[in-house]
Design a protein around this ligand. Structure first.
Ligand SMILES: Nc1nc2c(ncn2[C@@H]2O[C@H](COP(=O)(O)OP(=O)(O)OP(=O)(O)O)[C@@H](O)[C@H]2O)c(=O)[nH]1
Length: 421
């Protein structure tokens, strides 16, 4: 019996797992990268604010001097120094009347976008009053102010440069991690599973207990090892079930003593073959075989010897028929019957001669036989043909009648209902 074997799904599980792992790794890496970027944005804002305050504090004294002296050159020099910082887009130093002593503006307007507004919108503008110390007996006076605006576009660009690096690194990490997980998954799960699959597809369904049980190194105590053991148990149970089924089939179809077909098998076979012969207009013959004086044999040689003899007779009778199409059955007691589909009376007679000779050739001594010094059998043949049809019952009755005649006419002989012309 052959079964359709599914194709080996090599790699499909690995591919599915690879895609899933990669997806999960990328999502996790992006989330981790985003958290890292948020932290980076926060610390960048703090640093920028700190640097700006420090710069303003550093130049405060000089700027106050310039504002006090109303010295535009000094103010210009201080403002220019601040303006040369890439992070600063606008600087102004004013006197206490608000008049500009020095001012620097970007040549192009600051094109801040949504992201730059979100990141640095609230820390763009910084100003500091310019306080001038005029002596210990005079309180500090405010002589002007210094203000500056941060270049949010520049700061955002810096932030994005870091962001791209973080995202790139995260995706690279995701690929490396996925590759590692996929390789391990393939080695520890997919490959053993493919081994189990291959073993199952190689299993002969008629002999499941002899399946090529795979050895999974390192998986004795895990789920894969348990899977193989469960499969092994299942297949062996299946094998035992098949053996039981075969045994029951043997019991229901074959004679326990001789091993040839039993009466039940014979009845079914005759009914089927008779219908076939009728439809195909083919002959069908039956030969009754009855061991001569078997009661005496049993009485003198013992029942056990009688059993052995019945087995030996069945064996040699079987050798005279074509078991691919004919059937030898134990009809009851020491009586056998041959059903010969497609064989006419001539062919049946030839086979009967073979049967009779086969029993004689066993040369089983029968000192108490009324007909012969050795074991013999009598036979009756009947044939149904398209021209002279007989029902199954009539066929058996005619063969039985011929057997009766053979017994009456001295035993160890063959009688035929339809003698060949
Ligand atoms: N050992 C053994 N004997 C069996 C078995 N079945 C039937 N017999 C014996 O076969 C014998 C048949 O005896 P009969 O029916 O009188 O026929 P026979 O002695 O062969 O005489 P003819 O048929 O007239 O030659 C009986 O003694 C049965 O006990 C069996 O399975 N084993």
């Amino acid at each position: 019996m052959s079964v359709a074997k599914p194709p080996l799904a090599s790699g499909r599980l690995t591919l599915k797992q690879a895609l899933l792992t990669l997806l999960i790794a990328i999502v996790i890496s992006l989330i981790a990268g985003s958290i890292e970027l948020l932290g980076h944005a926060s610390s960048m804002r703090e640093n920028v604010q700190q640097r700006t305050s420090q710069q303003l504090a550093i130049v405060n004294g000089a700027a106050a001097e310039a504002a006090f002296q109303l010295n535009p050159d000094l103010a210009h020099q201080i403002a220019f120094g601040l303006f040369s910082n890439s992070e600063i887009s606008q600087v102004a130093i004013r006197d206490d009347f608000g008049r500009a002593l020095a001012e620097f503006y970007p040549t192009q307007p600051n094109a801040s976008n949504w992201l730059s507004k979100q990141l640095f919108g609230d820390i763009v503008y910084h100003e500091m009053p310019l306080r001038y110390y005029m002596g210990s007996d005079t309180p500090e006076a405010t002589v002007g102010e210094i203000s500056l605006s941060l270049d949010t576009v520049y700061l955002t660009r810096e932030f994005l440069a870091r962001g791209y690096a973080v995202v790139g690194r995260s995706i690279l990490e995701a690929f490396l991690l996925s590759g590692l997980v996929i390789a391990l998954f393939h080695i520890f799960i997919t490959r053993p599973l493919l081994k189990v699959h291959a073993a199952i597809t190689q299993t002969d369904p008629t002999r499941p207990g002899q399946w090529p049980k795979p050895t999974l190194k390192g998986h004795h105590d895990d789920e894969l090892g348990h899977l193989v053991e469960s499969l092994d148990h299942l297949l062996n149970e299946f094998q035992a079930g098949l053996a039981q089924r075969d045994h029951l089939h043997q019991l229901s179809q074959y004679d326990g003593l001789t091993g040839v077909a039993n009466r039940r098998h014979f009845d079914m076979f005759l009914a089927q073959q008779w219908q076939w012969a009728t439809r195909a207009k083919q002959p069908l013959s039956a030969i009754f075989i009855d061991i001569d004086n078997f009661k005496e044999f049993n009485d003198h040689y013992g029942h056990s010897m009688g059993d052995d003899t019945l087995r030996a007779v069945a064996t040699v009778l079987n050798q005279c028929i074509d078991s691919s199409c004919d059937l030898l059955a134990r009809y009851g007691g020491e009586e056998f019957i041959c059903v010969l589909p497609g064989k006419d009376a001539n062919e049946a007679m030839n086979i009967a001669n073979c049967l009779r000779q086969a029993i004689l050739s066993l040369a089983i001594p029968h000192a108490y036989s009324s007909t012969h010094s050795h074991l013999t059998a009598s036979m009756g043949i009947a044939t149904t043909t398209h021209e002279q049809p007989l029902s199954p019952d009539d066929l058996l009755n005619k063969a039985d009648q011929q057997l009766y005649h053979a017994k009456r006419r001295g035993r160890n002989r063959i009688e035929i209902h339809e003698r060949p012309a």
